[in-house]
Design a protein around this ligand. Structure first.
Ligand SMILES: [Zn+2]
Length: 344
């Protein structure tokens, strides 16, 4: 027994020396094999020597070998922890970290503005009407007072499907379709996609969104037109927004007016403003009193009824509301751009 006890003490001393200064996993594993390997490990082989002891000596000897084994295991585990940190920490979830943001869908900025515009007119008693994007020449031009060779057609140059069908250049055909079916009073807005033969640049696109409005009733005057549009623009932009009417020409209205608002970027105070060119005004709508001939085309008696109509580009309004310098950003589908408009 004394011989075995001595062996145990020496082995512990050797082990304690061997683990000093271990800084890498490989050496640690080698030492572990050397002492604890089931077949060849120094500690494991001590258990084999128990056989040669007297029966009464075996329990104490067994305890001492076990104590050495525990000592070796504890030291190796401590060293392992020192080298790598405790395993349990690696697997722990840190609940104090901020969560990963996940994006939910949101309406496109153009659609957000379209809905705002619709809500304003719905609150004024208008209804929202839609129509086909592929139109006939009659609805897109003739019924609106553009005879086949009228020079004003050049301003609305478009993309033809064939000789009879074209992509609508404005949502005005929807006005004609509604007036054919309904008798006054009519109060509608007609939002939707329209198409023009344009090369894309910061302020022009071959496809864009437009909303037009039409009111037909007895006794409608230019004062109704002015009041409606001023109220609309002050709600859409700001109650202090300046509104200006300028004489203009459209084949389907008489008299006609362009409607400008005071520049939303420089507030009419910067002569070097890039948005309004320093003039202080932004052209936003076309408008006018419905031409009597257009009413006759849909069998409404212009002696009894009158009306006004207007139209604006939704993209263009969104451009000024969000102060976006280039219309094309709206259609590039760059999520970094689109996500700025996420609704809360
Ligand atoms: Zn300006």
């Amino acid at each position: 027994m004394s011989g075995l006890k001595e062996k145990i003490e020496k082995l512990q001393e050797r082990f304690d020396e061997a683990i000093e200064g271990i800084t890498d996993e490989k050496t640690l594993q080698e030492v572990r094999n050397l002492y604890l390997s089931r077949s060849r490990g120094s500690v494991s082989s001590l258990f084999g020597e128990l056989k040669s002891l007297k029966p009464e000596e075996k329990p104490d000897a067994g305890k001492e070998i076990n104590a050495l084994k525990e000592h070796v295991q504890d030291k190796l585990q401590a060293l392992q922890t020192q080298l790598h940190g405790p395993k349990v920490v690696e697997e722990m979830v840190d609940l104090t970290l901020p969560g990963e943001a996940s994006y939910i869908g949101s309406p496109h900025p153009i659609l957000i503005i379209q809905q705002e515009i619709e809500n304003i007119f719905l609150s004024m008693g208008f209804s929202v009407e839609e129509g086909p994007e592929i139109e006939t020449d009659y609805y897109n031009f003739e019924a609106l007072n553009f005879p086949p060779h009228h020079p004003a057609r050049d301003d609305w140059d478009t993309l033809y499907i064939n000789d009879d069908f074209l992509l609508r250049t404005h949502t005005s055909p929807v006005q004609i379709r509604v007036m054919e079916k309904r008798k006054p009073p009519i109060r509608i807005i007609t939002p939707g996609k329209v198409f023009r033969k344009e090369s894309p640049d910061p302020t022009h696109l071959p496809m864009f969104y437009q909303v037009e409005g039409l009111v037909v009733d007895r006794g409608i005057t230019f004062a109704h037109l002015k009041g409606t549009l001023e109220s609309f623009l002050k709600v859409l932009f700001h109650e202090k927004t300046k509104v200006r009417f300028r004489p203009s020409f459209f084949p389907f209205t008489e008299p006609s007016a362009e409607v400008d608002i005071g520049c939303t970027v420089c507030n009419r105070e910067d002569s070097a403003c890039r948005v309004c060119g320093g003039g202080g005004w932004i052209e936003l709508l076309g408008s006018g009193m419905v031409d009597p001939q257009v009413l006759k085309n849909v069998n409404i008696d212009p002696e009894e009824y009158s009306g006004f109509a207007f139209g604006l580009g939704i993209d263009r309004a969104a451009m000024f509301l969000y102060q976006i310098p280039d219309l094309r950003y709206f259609y590039e589908n760059d999520l970094r751009f689109i996500r700025q408009f996420l609704q809360k």
